[in-house]
Ligand binder design. Structure first.
Ligand SMILES: C[S@@+](CC[C@H](N)C(=O)[O-])C[C@H]1O[C@@H](n2cnc3c(N)ncnc32)[C@H](O)[C@@H]1O
Length: 239
């Protein structure tokens, strides 16, 4: 039995166990990575900037129903709860991640609803949410899983709602990190689906998924870049 196969239980997708057991499924790594300095270092010191830009685009209309698609390390979820005052539904396929999220949201447990789910096949009703928030998930998904997630977002976000995506930018050919070959090699090893995501037209993918549901985007997304376009925050509004 290979090491990663030990983590293949309870509906955990194969790619998650195979490529990311060391990041999201192993209890020691869950403890290790959920320290603010660590997660900030992984994002090259950009965590607070990205958090601020993301929170600025979060739907704060009273009563809006928010979906945070999968757990994240660091303070995003508690910040989201404080920032909006709205209910946040948070789903993830990994029990350890949900437990961690619970420990960080105890004070707001009535406002934060956790559920174990695969983001590719969500159990929420059609048009259940005013906004879906997707923080660094897409680049960790294989192409087909990404497609399923676009489709599910298009299904559960209602007309007039929005999709907020915080992610890597498109292929950063000119960025000094990308031009440094050993770093590019390392990133490719640690994040095997990132090169595919770098090339993906998120706008087109989301538009196609919405079209299948008879929905559409209300024009171009609002995009904010940071770290010389290495990262971006995109808000897509639906008609
Ligand atoms: C949001 S992503 C990346 C987060 C980012 N590296 C961070 O912590 O800031 C990581 C989460 O996605 C979850 N995940 C990955 N694939 C999933 C899927 N298909 N369904 C639900 N959760 C998934 C993992 O269990 C993990 O908790």
């Amino acid at each position: 039995m290979r090491l990663y196969e030990r983590f293949l239980k309870g509906g955990v997708p194969e790619y998650l166990a195979r490529y990311y057991w060391w990041a999201y499924l192993w209890e020691k790594s869950i403890w290790f990575f959920d320290h603010q300095p660590i997660i900030n270092a992984i994002l090259f010191g950009q965590y607070d900037t990205l958090l601020k830009k993301t929170l600025a685009q979060v739907e704060a209309r009273p009563g809006a129903q928010l979906l945070q698609l999968t757990c994240v390390y660091g303070k995003l979820t508690p910040s989201l709860l404080k920032h909006t005052g709205n209910e946040v539904h948070l789903c993830d396929v990994a029990v350890g991640q949900l437990n961690l999220a619970r420990s960080k949201t105890l004070e707001a447990s009535g406002q934060c609803h956790l559920a174990r789910m695969n983001a590719e096949t969500l159990g929420y009703a059609d048009d259940a949410f005013d906004q879906a928030i997707v923080f660094f998930l897409f680049h960790e998904l294989p192409t087909q899983a990404r497609q399923h997630v676009y489709d599910e977002i298009a299904r559960v976000v209602k007309r007039g709602g929005s999709v907020l995506v915080t992610e890597y930018g498109s292929t950063p050919h000119r960025h000094w990190l990308y031009r440094f070959a050993p770093f590019r090699w390392l990133l490719g090893r640690l994040e095997p689906f990132l090169p595919g995501f770098w090339q993906e037209d998120v706008n087109a993918k989301l538009s196609e998924a919405l079209q299948k549901r008879g929905k559409a985007l209300a024009g171009e997304p609002q995009v904010e870049h940071c770290f010389a376009r290495f990262y971006r925050v995109m808000r897509f509004d639906l008609l």
